[in-house]
Design a protein around this ligand. Structure first.
Ligand code: HEM
Length: 182
């Protein structure tokens, strides 16, 4: 997992707690890397999960909800940091359909060691619904939900999202059914 993801998790945490409080959480989490992350480095995803658990416990927020909130935060960071990926996309569905074959392909060129999920997309209900299937070695489906919600808000295309966990054989899998509501 790229260091930038850890750096952003800390930035989000610091909007609701002091630097000292966050340092204390990091110290107690007893991480292999000691919590010293640089944006360009690469670190085990397990440490991100450990940190989300520790921050969630301190804030009394369930881990799934915190992962989703972090997805929203990261989506905003992507919008600000990589505006070129959003150019020419007319709505949230077009954007979501471009993640696997376009956006993450470019991400891999920029960061060859990026650990990315695989997505399949399919329209239904005469194009008013989008089924997006997520598969990853990392259990980040709630983070993914937050990214999708962030995308829908960004494009102001109201939609209802249902997530079904379809994990099998230790590979994390989830199906998102996204239906336009206007
Ligand atoms: C709504 C749109 C998007 C979705 C649903 C999405 C989904 C995801 C998910 C779920 C992950 C976590 C890794 C995993 O689960 O295996 C991830 C990682 C990542 N994505 Fe995306 N993504 C989106 C848009 C973007 C955009 C616009 C960028 C632009 C740079 C981007 C760059 C990255 C990067 C850098 C990582 C981290 C890779 C690593 O840590 O090694 N994503 N994405």
């Amino acid at each position: 997992m790229k260091g930038m993801v850890f750096v952003e998790l800390f930035r989000m945490a610091e909007t609701v707690m002091s630097e000292d409080e966050l340092d204390d959480i990091i110290d107690k989490a007893d991480l292999q890397s000691d919590g010293a992350y640089t944006s360009v480095g690469n670190y085990p995803c397990g440490e991100l999960i450990q940190l989300v658990v520790a921050i969630g416990e301190r804030l009394d927020v369930p881990i799934a909800a915190l992962q989703t909130q972090f997805g929203h935060w990261m989506f905003d960071r992507f919008v600000k940091g990589y505006p070129e990926f959003f150019e020419g996309k007319k709505d949230a569905f077009e954007m979501l359909e471009a993640i696997d074959g376009e956006v993450h392909v470019e991400v891999r060129k920029l960061y060859p060691d990026a650990e990315l999920p695989v997505f399949q997309t399919e329209r239904y209900a005469e194009g008013e619904g989008l089924k997006m299937t997520y598969a990853s070695d990392r259990p980040l489906n709630h983070f993914c939900l937050g990214l999708i919600e962030g995308c829908i808000e960004h494009f102001k295309s109201p939609a209802d999202i249902k997530m079904h966990d379809i994990t099998s054989d230790n590979r994390c899998q989830a199906e998102f059914l996204i239906e336009r509501t206007n």
